[in-house]
Design a protein around this ligand. Structure first.
Ligand code: NOJ
Length: 518
């Protein structure tokens, strides 16, 4: 049986930047509810919301101070219930972002934990004495280079606490069964409320060397991806399986595919994993082919792939892939379109980050507007809904001052303009999504890579009598199209494709064809 999370795309909403209903410059749940037509137009299977829980916003919601409520900036728990109901009425599932590795330093658990060495919550977090030289207990570093050591000294109790991210995000101690049980109850809280799934933030961090040994001098890291991760994940999955038809997707931020795939094994861990190896690929057909084939070779046959090339932590696709070999750029828009076809036509669940459907580039964020500790503001710029010339500088995202500047070309890239233009990226992405929604072959058909010559990634999708061929030209030159026999062009990403060009792929072009005689 095809599961809901296999059929269509999962669309990531970064709630601060999606749509603002109350003019405070920050997106909110009511703003999102007012734009569900946009999601329906993309035939998405599910929407994943980056965290909306109460938070001091040191890491824009990934520092959670109440795990079972909604931050007033975004609305109320009732607004979230209404959003879930409205999504369900449209056949869209809702996935929340669960942050189990750490809480905010303002969470009551941590306030208690740091209050004294004797507090019953002391051992809910990772507290240690400093090294003999007075420095931190070991050499672990924060994920954010600007933060430095992953330890902060606490004057009051004279010990250090661990934080894999900012000092405002102390790591919970998952070695403590009481922590594990409390976090399982958070899963029950949200799934019991009708949420369809969870994205598990920083899953690789849930298990660390219990002896807290330094990384230096070891051939492996001790601050993440410890063996115990899998048992812990199985514990989470058992809780998830108390509820029918739910899905968990893990952020397994490891650049080693065998280790990522290990989190999908056995049918009792993740349903889906974000594959960061994919996000770090250069724009190169051979590199993409190798990454796809490696995943398929490693994963058990029942493990299901998921593919993404953009999220709120990485430079936007249209910017990342803008520069070609030996030129000054300008490839971004065409490659963003090619990526849309690639993600739609690969076997596996596509993840789309809000704005990818518009081909948005990174925004330019002047130094005095920088708010993120790790340089991620440009990809988090608010969505432009309407032309600023009509809707004002908030471009339909807000009537107030947006919390981050919008992309420079909001006038041309906004949803309203693109919706009215059949050759726009938005129109293309809608067409691709509709094709996938109506095609069992694209959803679950078999997949086979095809040799298509240097610089071209091509693959077949097959199901009963239906045969589709997808091809992406990663080069800036025309390339032969790898088809013998008759084929019907279903979609090209090049709006200027000459009608007679049936033997060739244009530069940066991707196509999807139906082959005759399947
Ligand atoms: C991964 C999230 O995607 C990122 O935005 C966040 O800063 C870290 N985890 C810490 O929660």
């Amino acid at each position: 049986m095809t599961e809901w999370w296999q059929r269509g795309a999962v669309y990531q909403v970064y709630p601060r930047s999606f749509a603002d209903s109350d003019g405070d410059g920050v997106g909110d749940l009511r703003g999102l509810r007012a734009h569900l037509d946009h999601l329906a137009g993309l035939s998405v299977a599910a929407v994943w919301l980056s965290p909306v829980f109460p938070s001091p916003m040191a890491d824009f919601g990934y520092d959670v101070s109440d795990l079972c409520d909604v931050d007033p900036l975004f609305g109320t728990l009732a607004d979230l219930d209404d959003l879930v109901a409205d999504c369900h009425a449209r056949g869209i599932r809702v996935v929340l972002d669960w942050v189990p590795n750490h809480t905010s330093d303002q969470h009551p658990w941590f306030l208690a934990s740091r209050s004294s060495r004797e507090d019953p919550r002391r051992d809910w977090y990772v507290w240690r004495d400093g090294a003999p030289d007075g420095g931190p207990p070991n050499d672990w570093r924060s994920e954010f280079a600007a933060v430095g050591p992953a330890w902060t000294h606490d004057e009051r109790t004279g010990q250090w606490y661990l934080h894999s991210y900012t000092p405002q995000q102390p790591d919970l101690d998952w070695e403590n069964p009481a922590v594990e049980a409390a976090m399982h109850d958070v899963v029950r809280f949200w799934l019991g409320r009708g949420v369809d799934g969870l994205r598990i933030d920083a899953l690789q961090r849930l298990a660390k060397d219990p002896l807290l040994r330094s990384n230096a001098g070891s051939d492996r890291r001790h601050d993440q991806d410890w063996e115990t991760a899998h048992e812990r994940l199985r514990g989470i999955r058992r809780v998830v399986d108390e509820f029918p038809d739910r899905m968990i997707v893990g952020e397994v931020y490891l650049l080693d595919l065998p280790r990522v795939v290990a989190y999908l094994a056995g049918g009792d861990q993740l349903h889906l994993a974000h594959n960061f190896v994919f996000v770090h690929l250069p724009w190169d057909a051979e590199a993409f082919r190798a990454a796809i084939e490696e995943f398929e070779a490693l994963a058990e046959p029942e493990a299901w792939p998921a593919w993404f090339l953009g999220n709120h932590d990485h430079s936007r696709i249209a910017t990342r892939y803008d520069i070609g070999d030996g030129d000054d750029g300008g490839h971004g828009p065409a490659r963003a379109r090619a990526v849309a076809l690639l993600l739609t036509a690969l076997r596996g669940t596509p993840f789309l980050y809000q704005g990818d459907e518009l081909g948005l580039p990174d925004a330019v964020v002047p130094p005095d507007r920088v708010v993120d500790v790790d340089g991620r503001d440009p990809e988090r710029a608010p969505l432009p809904w309407r032309p600023p010339s009509v809707a004002g500088p908030g471009a339909g995202f807000t009537t107030g001052d947006p919390w981050l500047p919008l992309v420079a070309d909001a006038e041309r890239l906004c949803v309203e303009r693109q919706a009215a233009d059949a050759s726009s990226t938005l129109s293309l992405v809608r067409r691709l999504a509709a094709l996938r929604a109506g095609s069992p072959t694209l959803q679950t058909g078999r997949q086979r890579m095809v040799d298509a010559g240097p610089g071209v990634l091509a693959w077949l999708r097959e199901d009963d009598d239906d045969r589709l061929l997808a091809a992406v030209n990663f080069t800036s030159e025309p390339r032969p199209l790898p088809v013998d026999g008759e084929a019907t062009l279903l979609v090209s990403t090049d709006p200027g494709r000459p009608p007679g060009r049936d033997v060739e792929l244009g530069p940066d072009e991707a196509v999807l064809l139906r082959l005759a005689g399947g």
